[in-house]
Design a protein around this ligand. Structure first.
Ligand code: ZN
Length: 120
């Protein structure tokens, strides 16, 4: 069993849903391997399909609540998960508290400037 980190402040239902879905993906993957090893190819296909569907559902959910702030006009906006996935995101360490802050190169929905926006 892995040691689970204590939940951070602000952990909500969505976070638990993402964790639960993540575990389900893991279980599906394990069943997938077991089925393949034993030659149950129909079961293998079913488990693989379940794992893929859960993965597609979980990824946008994990990023759904992310709000980014435009460095030019200060507007806070939500972005589609798939935009963040394929953008040049990078992690920076902020000076004041040493926490890792994620930036993503996004187009502001208000002023239209494309720049590194800070994830809030
Ligand atoms: Zn802006």
């Amino acid at each position: 069993m892995k040691d689970e980190k204590p939940p951070k402040n602000g952990t909500d239902v969505k976070t638990y849903a993402v964790i639960a879905l993540g575990c389900s993906i893991g279980l599906s993957a394990v069943f997938c391997v077991v089925a393949a090893v034993n030659g149950y190819w129909i079961e293998f296909g079913i488990c693989l399909a379940i794992a893929v569907v859960l993965f597609i559902v979980t990824c946008p959910l994990a990023y759904e609540g992310d709000v980014y702030e435009c460095p030019h006009c200060g507007r806070k906006f939500r972005v589609n998960f798939y935009i963040v996935l394929f953008t040049n995101g990078k992690l920076k360490t902020s000076d004041d508290n040493g926490e890792q802050v994620k930036y993503a190169k996004l187009k502001c929905s208000d002023c239209g400037t494309k720049d590194l926006c800070k994830r809030l």
